[in-house]
Design a binder for this molecule. Structure first.
Ligand code: GRF
Length: 185
């Protein structure tokens, strides 16, 4: 049986991408792509012999950028897209063409704290529990169906940074597990 081909989009360090590569079960990472040609995660993927694609939308516009990105993903045979610290909003047209086939990891227990600064907001709210969510990507930011969540405690002396580190460790266990289940569904 051929394994489901996953394409990962990232903009930065790529620790979730590394977890998805190292814990791949039932899927293969066929491409790692980025809107930031200097993203650290891209160099790591290249070093592992994974096909990469890098293009900045600056100067060419969103539509041309997304067309080129999509061509590269399709050429690599990608069936499912996993966002892993991809800091750009995909257009509604792109999401529509890949409906139900794009997943994301978000550092909060959705539907709480969509968007940015999730850890600072959870601490400010006095929450006892924080965590991360893997969800389907729709046109609504961080709004699609949740596929799985991981919880961590918030300690009394937590700062946004210490909490982020604890949540990130949970992300690295959650994302590969949920993606494996998702491709097997
Ligand atoms: C993670 O916290 C993830 O939840 C969020 O962006 C961050 C990416 O980190 N979407 P990394 O690049 O995977 O290390």
């Amino acid at each position: 049986m051929t394994e489901c081909k996953v394409g990962i989009l990232l903009s930065g360090r790529g620790s979730n991408m590394m977890a998805l590569v190292e814990q791949a079960h039932g899927y293969t990472v066929a491409m790692v792509a980025s809107d930031k040609p200097a993203a650290a995660g891209l160099a790591w993927a290249r070093g592992r012999g994974i096909a990469t694609f890098a293009l900045s939308p600056k100067g060419i516009g969103k539509a041309a950028y997304e067309r080129a990105l999509e061509d590269a993903l399709r050429e690599a045979g990608v069936e499912i897209i996993a966002l892993a610290g991809y800091m750009r909003l995909l257009s509604d047209a792109f999401v529509g063409r890949w409906r139900g086939r794009i997943v994301n990891i978000h550092p909060s227990l959705l539907p709480k704290y969509k968007g940015l600064d999730t850890h600072a907001r959870a601490i400010a709210a006095g929450d006892a529990i924080a965590g991360c969510s893997v969800h389907i990507v729709t046109e609504e930011l961080d709004g699609g169906d949740v596929l799985g969540q991981g919880e961590v405690p918030i300690e009394p002396d937590d700062t946004p940074d210490t909490l982020a580190a604890r949540v990130l460790a949970a992300e690295h266990g959650l994302y590969p597990r949920i993606l494996s289940a998702f491709v097997a569904r």
